[in-house]
Write a protein that binds this ligand. Structure first.
Ligand code: BG6
Length: 488
C-alpha cells in the first residue's frame, strides 16, 4: 500500500532541479513554477535550486532564465512584480553529477527543509544522482524524487532504474511523471466516467463496439532526433501516454481517488492487455515514417532529412494498432490506438463507438459506421460530443447524425493550468494519484516489449506517409477490415 510521502506543513521547500539548464527545465518546469508562484501555490519560503555543469554564478543564471524561460510565459500571464519575486526564489549550484559529489548542493541546502528532487536529465544519470544524493545525506523521509520519462527503453532497463531509485527512496516518495495525466482534459475523463451514472451501464461490451484513441501531432521531430531516433513513437508515446489514456477509459471504478485505489485499477487493465505475437504484430500493427510533405501550409522535410537522423533510419514516427483487453467488460472490443508526428493537424481524441440498434426500423437509411458515438476531444479543443441519430425534416423517415455538443471551454471560464504546473503542485502537496507506480510502468513495458522486438524479428520497415496526412494507408486498412474507420 502506497500512501503519499507526508508533505510536512510548516517546513520550507527546496525544489532542486537536476538538468536545470536543459530544455525541459527552461521551457516547461520554470514557467510552470512561475505560474504556481503567481497563483500563490508554492508554500512560503520555497526555493528553487537549479543545478548544471556551467560555470554560472547566480546573476548569470538569472540572466539565462530571463532570456530562455521568459518567452515561454504567455503575455497574459506575465506580471512584472510576480516575475521579479519568482527570480528571487532561484538559486544555482554548479555540479557535474558524473564527476562531483553533491557536497556543494548539500552546503546550499537548508537544514530541515523539505526537499523535492526533480531529475530532468537523461535517465542514464538517475542511478548516479540518487546514489550521490543519499551519500550527501540529502534523502530523508520527507524527500521526494520526480522522474521524467523516458523511464527506460524496455522492461529490463526500467527495472534497473526502479531498483536504483528504490534503494534510496520508498515508493511513496517517487513521482513518475506522465504529463498526460496532468492535462485538465485527461483528468476530466475520470469525472466524465465516474461522476456520472448514465454512462456506466453502457460502458462495456457488447454496448460498445470499439474504442479509438488518437494522439496526432502536427510537429515533426524538430531538434530531438538524438533522443527520438533511438526511441520511436512506440516508446515515446504509446508505451506511456496512449496506454495511460486507455487505462482511464477501460479501468473499473476505483473505490476512491487515493493513489493506490486508482493505480490498482489501471494496473489491472495493463495486465489484461492481450499480448501480441508475431502473427498479430504483422496483422494488427502498423509502423510509419513521415516523408516530405505539406504541414501547416508549409512544405516540410521528411524524417530522414531532419537534422541528426541517421541515414536510412527505420525508426517509426507513427504507430497504429488494434489491441484487446481480455476482461469480462471489454471482451472482443477492439481498442484502436494511433499516434504520429507530422500528421494532418494536432488533434487528440477518444472515440467510443456504441453498437448499432439490433434491428433497423429505417431500412432505407444506409449509413457507414456507428449511429451513436461519444467523441471526447482532448486537445487542442476540449469538447465532448454525443452523436445521435435524428430525423431529417421533411416527408419520409430520413435520418442524420447530429451531435449534442458540450464545449468545455465556454462552459468554464476558469484558467486552465498547464499539465506541468498542475503536476508540480501535486508533488509539492504530496499527492501521488496522477503519477505512475512502479508496477504500472513495468506492466506497460511488458506489453510493449514484444511488439518492439517483434518488429525487429520481422524486419518490419516503416510505411511511408507524407507529412501533413493521417498516416500510411495500412492504418486505414487496419480498421476497414473490421468495417470501421478512423474518426478525424
Ligand atoms: C512527449 C514526447 O512526451 O509528449 C514528445 O516525448 C511529444 O515527442 C509530446 O511531442 C506531446 O505532448 P503534448 O502535450 O504536446 O501532446
Amino acid at each position: 500500500m502506497t500512501t503519499s510521502a507526508q508533505s510536512a506543513p510548516g517546513l520550507p521547500l527546496d525544489m532542486i532541479i537536476f538538468g536545470g539548464m536543459g530544455d525541459l527545465a527552461v521551457r516547461k518546469l520554470l514557467p510552470a513554477l512561475y505560474m504556481a508562484h503567481l497563483h500563490g501555490n508554492l508554500p512560503p519560503g520555497t526555493r528553487i535550486v537549479s543545478t548544471g555543469r556551467q560555470e554560472f554564478d547566480r546573476a548569470a543564471y538569472l540572466a539565462f532564465v530571463e532570456e530562455k524561460s521568459r518567452p515561454f510565459i504567455a503575455d497574459a500571464n506575465f506580471a512584472d512584480e510576480a516575475w521579479r519575486g519568482f527570480l528571487q526564489l532561484l538559486e544555482f549550484v554548479r555540479v557535474d553529477v558524473q564527476q562531483d559529489d553533491l557536497a556543494a548542493l548539500a552546503a546550499a541546502s537548508r537544514a530541515g527543509a523539505e526537499r523535492v528532487f526533480y531529475l530532468a536529465t537523461a535517465p542514464s544519470l538517475f542511478t548516479t544522482i540518487c546514489d550521490k544524493l543519499a551519500a550527501a545525506g540529502l534523502v530523508d523521509r520527507h524527500a521526494r524524487v520526480v522522474l521524467e520519462k523516458p523511464l527506460g527503453r524496455d522492461l529490463a532497463s526500467a527495472v534497473e532504474i526502479n531498483e536504483a531509485v528504490g534503494r534510496h527512496f520508498a515508493e511513496s516518495q517517487i513521482y513518475r511523471i506522465d504529463h498526460y495525466l496532468g492535462k485538465e482534459t485527461v483528468q476530466n475523463l475520470m469525472v466524465l466516467r465516474f461522476g456520472n451514472s448514465i454512462l456506466e451501464p453502457l460502458w462495456r461490451a457488447p454496448n460498445i463496439s470499439s474504442v479509438q484513441i488518437t494522439v496526432a501531432e502536427e510537429v515533426g521531430v524538430g531538434s530531438r532526433a538524438g533522443f527520438y531516433d533511438s526511441a520511436g513513437a512506440m516508446r515515446d508515446m504509446v508505451q506511456n501516454h496512449l496506454l495511460q489514456l486507455l487505462c482511464i477509459v477501460a479501468m473499473e471504478p476505483p473505490t476512491s481517488l487515493a493513489p493506490d485505489a486508482v493505480r490498482d485499477e489501471k494496473l489491472k487493465v495493463l495486465r489484461s492487455l492481450r499480448r501480441f505475437n508475431l502473427a498479430t504484430i504483422a496483422r494488427d500493427t502498423v509502423r510509419g515514417q513521415y516523408t516530405r510533405g505539406v504541414s501547416g501550409n508549409q512544405e516540410v522535410q521528411g524524417y530522414l532529412e531532419e537534422p541528426n537522423v541517421p541515414a536510412g533510419s527505420a525508426t517509426e514516427t507513427f504507430v497504429a494498432l488494434r489491441a484487446f483487453i481480455d476482461t469480462w467488460r471489454w471482451s472482443k472490443v477492439p481498442f484502436y490506438l494511433r499516434t504520429g508526428k507530422r500528421m494532418g493537424r494536432r488533434s487528440s481524441k477518444i472515440v467510443i463507438e456504441f453498437a448499432n440498434p439490433p434491428f433497423s426500423l429505417f431500412p432505407e437509411y444506409q449509413h457507414g459506421g456507428a449511429a451513436n458515438r461519444l467523441v471526447i476531444e482532448l486537445q487542442p479543443e476540449e469538447a465532448i460530443k454525443l452523436q445521435l441519430m435524428a430525423k431529417e425534416p421533411g416527408s419520409g423517415m430520413h435520418m442524420q447524425q447530429v451531435a449534442l455538443n458540450l464545449d468545455l471551454q465556454s462552459a468554464f471560464s476558469q484558467r486552465r493550468a498547464e499539465a506541468y504546473e498542475r503536476l508540480l503542485i501535486d508533488v509539492v502537496r504530496g499527492r501521488l494519484t496522477h503519477f505512475m507506480r512502479r508496477d504500472e510502468l513495468e506492466a506497460a513495458w511488458e506489453w510493449a516489449d514484444p511488439i518492439i522486438d517483434g518488429w525487429s524479428t520481422l524486419a518490419e520497415q516503416p510505411r511511408p506517409y507524407a507529412a501533413g496526412t493521417w498516416g500510411p494507408p495500412e492504418s486505414f486498412a487496419l480498421l476497414a477490415r473490421d468495417g470501421a474507420s478512423w474518426v478525424e
